[in-house]
Design a protein around this ligand. Structure first.
Ligand SMILES: [Zn+2]
Length: 319
């Protein structure tokens, strides 16, 4: 158990908030028995003790996207994702603050299949896309979409006009990679992020689970982080559907995946082995359709409302 904040590194300012909650119970083998603490100075929350790096690495390479789990590619929304209102909302937000005619190189931190960068490039074709992704499934799509991939952050030898990071920073065990990325911004460059909104002092205390997130943010956290990063806050706001809706979806997901165990085939997995692939593909389309219908439509967006599930912001390097 650390006594030091993972951001400001000061000790004796930590306050116990709650026990860590898992979506998939067997993940405890990788994460350990965690608690959540707040740094009262940074207004940031994090899992404590931090999971061991080797265990966390093997979790993301062998477990996170394993068959029968929430982040298996079968449940992802596929390459049509960027037609969702959610992505159009990102695009209209970003173009409000950033002149993309002056943006030449974008780095996508935690790219996944790189939806947002690809959508931006569709609208501003002069832009070059870069990423650092090691998931094999995602890499194939990223290459097809014109991303240049780096094997590690240290291997990057150029600077970017815009760094984007959607739902990645909450998975880190420290903000060191974000500080490293900051050094790769050109003067006048932007950093756009979105992370979950986690007001533990309000309704977030009733969340169904935490896993596999490690760091939990509020708007206040980002006021402090931008100061530490020495970046100017261009905009900081709430976005996405409500926490109540997020909790409902999380509860349903937890009911479904709670008892997943590695190498144990569920009834669903056994069925999958005997059903012809085209039926599975059709089923996937229906799941995606319903997911889109329920979630990523603009009617569910409540931008700039503190009861939103997400925080997003744009920081600028004025140096
Ligand atoms: Zn702190």
């Amino acid at each position: 158990m650390t006594k030091n904040c993972i951001i400001c590194k000061k000790d004796n300012n930590l306050k116990f908030i709650d026990n860590y909650k898992f979506e998939v119970e067997s993940d405890l083998d990788f994460f350990g028995n965690l608690k959540i603490y707040e740094c009262k100075d940074c207004k940031i929350y994090f899992a404590n003790p931090l999971p061991e790096p080797e265990k966390l690495n093997s979790f993301y390479s062998d477990i996170y996207r394993a068959p029968g789990r929430p982040h298996n590619h079968e449940y992802n929304m596929g390459e049509e994702n960027l037609e969702d209102d959610r992505f159009l909302n990102y695009l209209s937000y970003l173009t409000t603050f950033i002149d993309f005619n002056k943006i030449n190189n974008i780095f996508d931190f935690g790219a996944g299949i790189g939806d947002l960068g690809y959508l931006i490039k569709k609208n501003f074709q002069h832009i070059n896309l870069h990423c650092c992704e090691n998931d094999k499934f995602s890499l194939e799509i990223l290459k097809r979409r014109g991303y240049q991939n780096y094997s590690s952050l240290e291997k990057i030898n150029k600077k970017f006009d815009l760094i984007i990071s959607l739902h990645t920073i909450e998975h880190l065990t420290s903000l060191d990679p974000v500080f490293e990325l900051k050094t790769k911004l050109v003067s006048g460059g932007y950093f756009f992020f979105e992370v979950p909104n986690c007001p533990f002092d309000k309704s977030f205390i009733n969340r169904p689970y935490d896993s596999p997130h490690i760091i939990f943010f509020t708007k206040e956290s980002w006021h402090n982080i931008s100061k530490l990063l020495e970046l100017n806050l261009v905009d900081l706001t709430y976005a996405s559907y409500s926490l109540d809706e997020a909790f409902k979806a999380m509860s349903e997901s937890k009911d479904r995946f709670k008892y997943w165990k590695k190498d144990r085939l569920t009834f669903r997995d056994k069925l999958r082995k005997i059903i012809p692939p085209f039926i599975l593909k059709l089923r996937r389309k229906i799941i995606q359709f319903n997911k889109k219908k329920n979630f990523n439509r603009s009617k569910n967006f409540i931008n700039n409302n503190e009861n939103s599930w997400c925080i997003r912001g744009i920081l600028k390097n004025e140096n």
